[in-house]
Design a protein around this ligand. Structure first.
Ligand SMILES: Nc1ncnc2c1ncn2[C@@H]1O[C@H](COP(=O)(O)OP(=O)(O)OP(=O)(O)O)[C@@H](O)[C@H]1O
Length: 254
């Protein structure tokens, strides 16, 4: 991946140190993990890649029209992506979008059920119910009893189980958000399964558990640079480990 900003690009996202400094990135492994402090530009980078590819945006609008991506789209337009094997499968996932998505599914189900009830009240056997019945059927087929009746964490995992398909490219922004440590391990297991089926993942995360995905390349963003790091070299990992070993040592200083 290459970034080619022009001279006039002084505003966000081109003013981020990461974007100013990093001109070329390689995603060689099936899983690449992006780590860095808050505000270092992980989401911006993922969003720009997603807009460049034209990924399916889970829970948002169309990736080409979603206004929350207007700035990232400008960066995406300055990116040049080259592929060993191009895929049109996969998606871009942001935790907040997904919570909106489950709410929207709930609304669609309620609207369709209400429409069917109204049509049947007027005419019991009307064929006008068919599109609404098909919508309900499709949602049930994809997501079983419904993402909307599950907890946030359960629905995240349900979505990944339903929508991970072989040969896909998956861009995941902090997918750990509502997941318990145990469910983060379940997510790693799903990712491992997809990797066996030629899936590729680029994941921005703060979770030391997800950072441990086997064989992943880890890039640590620091001082506007993107540095390859080993698991044990990452601050999130060492700090969490030290904290868990002796929480009182840290807490007494706060
Ligand atoms: N639409 C925007 N306009 C201006 N600045 C923005 C916009 N979106 C993000 N930023 C800024 O760009 C910087 C990078 O944001 P980004 O969300 O990419 O960081 P991040 O590494 O994903 O952070 P976090 O780990 O907190 O999610 C932040 O300082 C943020 O305030």
């Amino acid at each position: 991946m290459y970034i080619q900003p022009g001279n006039k690009d002084k505003d966000y996202p081109f003013n981020l140190p990461l974007i100013r400094n990093v001109k070329e990135l390689h995603f060689n492994k099936p899983v690449t993990i992006l780590v860095g402090d808050n505000g270092t530009g992980k989401s911006t980078l993922l969003e720009a890649i997603a807009t460049n590819i034209g990924s399916i945006l889970i829970g948002g609008e169309n990736i080409e029209t979603d206004t929350s991506l207007d700035q990232a789209r400008k960066l995406g337009q300055k990116m040049k992506l080259t592929w060993k094997l191009r895929t049109n499968k996969g998606f871009f996932f942001r935790a907040n979008d997904f919570i909106n998505f489950t709410n929207r599914i709930k609304e669609i189900k309620e609207e369709s059920t209400e429409a069917i009830r109204n049509i049947r009240q007027k005419k019991q056997h009307s064929l006008e119910v068919l599109p609404y019945a098909r919508t309900l059927n499709d949602l049930e087929h994809l997501y079983g009893e419904g993402l909307d009746v599950r907890s946030h964490g359960e629905s995240f995992l349900d979505l990944f189980k339903a929508r991970f398909k072989p040969n896909g490219l998956y861009l995941l922004d902090e997918p750990e958000a509502p997941l318990s440590p145990l469910k983060q391990l379940s997510l790693i297991s799903l990712i491992n399964e997809m990797v066996k089926d030629n899936g590729q993942f680029i994941i921005a995360t703060h979770s030391p558990i997800l950072m441990a995905i086997p064989e992943a390349d880890i890039y640590f963003i620091e001082d506007g640079e993107m540095k390859p790091k080993k698991y044990d070299e990452i601050e999130h990992v060492s700090l969490t480990r030290d904290f868990l070993n002796q929480p009182e040592r840290f807490l007494k200083h706060l």
